[in-house]
Design a protein around this ligand. Structure first.
Ligand code: AMP
Ligand code: ZN
Length: 327
């Protein structure tokens, strides 16, 4: 069973998941440059469905599946206990890491990826997330659901087949609490819609912009080629979004990854979806972050929490704009 422990120096939770070190991995040792060609069947490929627990949700396309959501065989968060904090003395605080951990296999093709989905598939990607988030919102022990994509070994992926993860957490993580505070602090209207208008006015950090959605390199990008995908339609919670907004975000996300891969090749990246914690009612605007992993965070970043970005976001956006999306 995983455990949450509170770091008393910064007030952020850490999850200790001892069993995960035993997981199989498709990737070879970190000091070798090439990915291992699969020596065992890929658990996420069509035909190997019995390698995974039964699907929670399957999207069909012409009689075969196009997307599957499955329980994670090695969950970091598991169980339906309410979050109960235990004090183990003057400073040590812990809790059970209850919750839900799902894998989202969004593409049957082992060699496929987010950047090459067709429009329908890119829209359906977001519709599946909406349904999962709406289901998590009904569960009293899930306070926040984090959707992520890890692509490539350097970005933490352990399986090469395209997939994301959906983690229903028993607490609200510090990163999301910080963003919520920023929305509450901002006195000039809506923080992200105001940001979109400022970015459109200046223009030099825009990668994609249309009536529904904007993809841009944030003014204070922490890593090279960082992007945000923000719909104009503002809802705190993704499940409140219209189908049009979800479709536009899915297609823009696909194209943002297409631009990234056309500009830099098949680089590693992480995607994080931020949506308001399920029961929160304050001001928020759901959105997605794309963090390419092309540099390493070192001692200064760890020691200070201050990121050093070696590519100006204006230059990154101009490079990303100058190449077509690959799809
Ligand atoms: P990542 O580590 O980002 O590549 O995500 C892959 C996830 O798939 C990990 O969290 C694994 O625990 C999980 N996983 C690996 N093999 C299986 C399997 N056969 N069935 C379900 N989940 C799996
Ligand atoms: Zn596969």
């Amino acid at each position: 069973m995983s455990q949450m422990r509170l770091n008393p120096l910064n007030g952020r939770w850490v999850t200790i998941v001892p069993d995960r070190a035993e997981r199989p991995t498709d990737f070879i040792h970190r000091d070798r440059s090439e990915e291992l060609s699969l020596s065992r069947p890929c658990p996420f490929c069509p035909g190997n469905e019995e390698e995974t627990p039964p699907a929670l949700e399957t999207t069909e396309d012409d009689g075969t599946w196009s997307m599957r959501v499955i329980p994670n065989l090695y969950p970091a968060f598991d169980g339906d206990d309410a979050f109960a904090v235990q004090n183990l003395g003057p400073v040590h605080v812990q809790a059970e890491a209850s919750g839900i951990h799902e894998v989202f296999v969004y593409e049957p093709e082992h060699e496929g990826g987010l950047g090459t989905l067709d429009d329908e598939h890119a829209a359906e990607f977001m519709f599946v997330l909406k349904r999962r988030l709406a289901e998590h919102a009904q569960l009293p022990f899930v306070r926040y659901t984090q959707v992520i994509v890890n692509h490539g070994r350097e970005a933490g992926a352990s399986v090469a087949h395209p997939h994301g993860q959906i983690l229903g957490l028993p607490f609200v993580p510090g990163e999301v609490l910080d963003e919520e505070r920023a929305f509450a602090r901002f006195a000039g209207g809506s923080l992200l819609e105001t940001t979109l208008q400022a970015e459109i006015t200046v223009g030099d950090r825009i990668v994609i912009s249309n009536d529904d959605v904007v993809v841009f390199c944030p003014f204070a990008s922490g890593v090279p080629y960082e992007m945000m995908v923000v719909p104009h339609e503002q809802h705190a919670h993704l499940p409140s979004a219209s189908d049009d907004a979800l479709r536009a975000v899915g297609i823009a996300l696909r194209d943002a990854i297409g631009h990234l891969q056309a500009a830099l090749g098949d680089v590693a990246f992480n995607i994080g979806l931020h949506t308001a914690p399920h029961q929160h009612t304050g001001d928020y605007h759901w959105h997605m972050h794309i963090w390419p992993q092309v540099t390493t965070q070192a001692g200064f970043e760890r020691g200070t929490g201050v990121l050093i970005n070696i590519v100006a976001p204006e230059k990154a956006a101009s490079t990303l704009r100058s190449v077509g999306a690959t799809a």
